[in-house]
Design a protein around this ligand. Structure first.
Ligand SMILES: [Zn+2]
Length: 327
């Protein structure tokens, strides 16, 4: 299957064109009967790339395999074009990581060990997918229909992109520029400033959890482990453990304050085609949770300006209270 990247001549934005995605099953609300991610249905998924075994014959705790409906493909026989209709092949790899054998399990109810299992497996697959190519390995989790989850069974995804899109390059450029100007990492300066301001901090116990000053949506929340590593692939055991400890109570807190919202969880990692030591000089891998409680309307479409109906200074203390009650 050919997936292609088209560049909009007016905006310079990239769009992935992956027609096969439309064939995806739409069973987000379906029960476990017939779920391809449930135990006993392993043959319905592409060949396994990782299995964290559990006690019992053939039992597992976590599995990973190629996405059946990839948004990028390993190779594409497509001629690139420039001019008003620029395009190039969208190459890379797209993987699914099933987080639990239990169809109705969720990360918010995870024990520390279960959360660590998932994060450890994501690190292992991020490592396996990294290399001279791709430029970026993107890890994310969609929860709820409004966040794009087409299958209900708890899972995360990894997308290895051979070319880093402009949005990602822009983030990296800002961080690199800050390092060039100051000799410090932007993420560390931000963490210090957030701790000093103490207005938007949700939790600070091994991992700084805060809501960004210019939050795009209510309760947008960032988790910054202090392990000094630039990518999830390179994360330390301590870094993973610290995130595994706070993530489930944080998700329970969010479910409490926003009535179980749909959300996207994304891992912001540095480039994967640059030496890890070099990346860690200016980037720190971190996690962002983006609840889906607002809709994208005309102004956003016309200008790219997102309108946040709340202020993080008001929502962060509310979430902090809910999280400490959920621990
Ligand atoms: Zn299932």
């Amino acid at each position: 299957m050919i997936t292609e990247t088209r560049v909009d001549a007016e905006t310079g934005e990239w769009r992935l064109s992956a027609p096969k995605r439309a064939e995806r099953p739409d069973d987000a609300r379906r029960a476990s009967t017939g779920c391809p991610f449930c135990p006993g249905h392993e043959e319905q998924t592409p060949p396994e790339r990782l299995r964290v075994p559990a006690a019992g014959d053939g039992a597992w705790r976590v599995r990973a395999f190629a996405n059946k409906y990839p948004i990028v493909s390993p190779a594409a026989d497509l001629e690139s074009a420039t001019g008003l209709f620029p395009r190039f092949p969208a190459t890379g790899d797209h993987e699914v990581l099933v987080e639990s054998p239990d169809h109705d399990w969720d990360l918010k109810s995870a024990t520390y060990e279960q959360a660590l299992d998932v994060l450890g497996a994501l690190r292992e697959r991020s490592r396996a997918l990294s290399g001279p190519r791709p430029a970026a390995v993107v890890v994310f989790r969609n929860y709820g229909v409004a966040a794009g989850a087409s299958l209900r069974h708890p899972h995360s995804q990894l997308v290895a992109l051979d070319q880093a899109p402009p949005g990602l390059m822009g983030r990296w450029r800002l961080a690199r520029g800050h390092y060039t100007d100051t000799g410090r990492r932007l993420v560390d300066d931000l963490a210090t400033a957030e701790r000093t301001a103490a207005e938007r901090v949700v939790a600070d116990n091994g991992v700084l959890v805060y809501q960004p000053y210019a939050a795009a949506v209510p309760h947008q929340t960032v988790l910054v482990p202090g392990d000094g590593r630039g990518t999830l692939a390179d994360a330390t055991d301590d870094g993973l453990a610290a995130v595994a400890r706070i993530l489930p109570p944080l998700l329970r807190g969010l479910a409490e304050v926003l009535d179980n919202p749909a959300y996207n969880l994304v891992v912001h990692a540095g480039p994967s085609d640059v030496e890890a030591k070099e990346v860690a000089r200016w980037w720190q891998w971190h996690v962002e949770i983006h609840p889906r409680t607002t809709t994208f309307a005309g102004l956003e479409l016309a200008t790219g300006l997102l309108v946040n109906p709340s202020r993080p200074e008001e929502t962060a203390p509310e979430l902090a209270k809910a999280v400490s009650a959920a621990r």
